[in-house]
Design a protein around this ligand. Structure first.
Ligand code: NAD
Length: 324
């Protein structure tokens, strides 16, 4: 009955875990989940998938896991929020070997399709100085001036994916994710992103009764945040299509960090005292997704309202914190 053998790289992480959950719903899929982390640290684990611990920076390992694979989804990377990527540029760039080895092994084993998880961090930084960002179009990645380290790796790997189609005929798809959030993601330890960090800080404040929380910067920097189920839907639509250029998979509901805090305060029914840390890592001043292209291709764009996605995320983080 198996029609497709699928490899999910980075399956022990946030997006990879949700993707495996989706892919195993189709009984014709045979899913191989791979991650470098010990299995006890995977965010989600499923009976319906074969799980392997392997370092995909090593091409002997990518050769092993791509044998007999029809489709590859590469979600594996050393990454985190601004605090992590601003201080670990070399480490972020080392992820280039994961995608390079996976592409090369996949084409040698005759895989049909390959998904690469790129990021809004590829966009030219000079277009992101205004908090009222109208939205970054796919063409705004060039002329290139991406986020140092992490963004350059993403842009390079996007191009390499494209050349693997041009030179070898491997069908590659590139999704540019915009700040993904949801349950079963990183919410502490230094790699978490703003939505999870704010949910954790407010949940901790509520649980402890101490209302003080730290906000990075003046809170007026803006972003759009994409609920994980929208990201998974966008990946599936893109993989099922013939579209070969990079595509934004991101919400265009832009808010400032202060507005994000307002929303989570409302969900938690708890008011915090905001202490602004002006020397914290900040990233660009304003970033939003332009969704004209995804709408024209699929008659759809990420549409889960921020308040709805944050409610699920806050509740999950609150429960996790309540356990300890
Ligand atoms: P994550 O950190 O939760 O998952 C990444 C996984 O890759 C981790 O479990 C990690 O152990 C694994 N990994 C790292 N190095 C590896 C290696 N050498 N071999 C095998 N596995 C390895 O991150 P995520 O949020 O799930 O992100 C998935 C992908 O999406 C990444 O490429 C990331 O850059 C991209 N992305 C994410 C976001 C976001 O907001 N979460 C935004 C833009 C792009």
């Amino acid at each position: 009955m198996t029609q497709k053998r699928i490899l999910v790289a980075g399956a022990g992480g946030f997006i990879g875990g949700w993707l495996v959950n989706e892919l195993i719903k189709d009984s014709r899929n045979e899913v191989l989940s791979v991650d470098i982390k010990p299995k006890s640290e995977w965010y989600q684990s499923f009976m319906g998938a074969t799980e392997v611990v392997s370092d995909l920076r090593d091409n002997r390992n990518t050769d092993e896991v791509t044998e007999g694979i029809d489709e590859v989804y590469n979600l594996a990377a050393d990454m985190g929020g601004m605090g992590f990527i601003e201080n670990n540029k070399a480490l972020c760039m080392m992820s280039v070997s994961i995608n390079t080895n996976l592409l090369d092994s996949a084409r040698r084993h005759g895989s049909n399709k390959f998904f690469y998880a790129s990021s809004a961090c590829v966009y030219n930084q000079s277009l992101q100085k205004d908090p009222k960002n109208l939205g970054l179009r796919e063409s705004d990645a060039y002329p290139a001036d991406p986020e140092d380290g992490y963004g350059w790796e993403k842009l390079f790997s996007e191009r390499m994916s494209r050349h693997f189609y041009e030179d070898f005929g491997l069908e590659t798809r590139v999704g540019r994710f915009h700040n993904v959030y949801g349950p079963y993601g990183t919410y502490d330890g230094g790699r978490e992103k703003a939505p999870a960090a704010i949910c954790r800080k407010i949940a901790q404040a509520k649980l402890s009764g101490n209302p003080d929380i730290e906000i990075w910067g003046d809170g007026e920097q803006s972003r759009s945040f994409t609920y994980i189920e929208d990201t998974i839907k966008g990946i599936n639509l893109l993989m099922g299509s013939n579209f070969r250029d990079p595509l934004n998979i991101g919400s265009n509901e832009m808010v400032t960090i202060n507005q994000l805090v307002d929303i989570v305060e409302g969900i938690a029914s708890f008011k915090v005292k905001r202490n602004y840390n002006l020397s914290a890592p900040l990233g660009v001043r304003g970033r939003n997704s332009d969704n004209e292209l995804i709408k024209s291709l699929f008659n759809w764009q990420p549409d889960v309202r921020l308040v709805d996605g944050l409610t699920k995320t806050y509740e999950w983080i609150y429960q996790e914190l309540s356990k300890s």
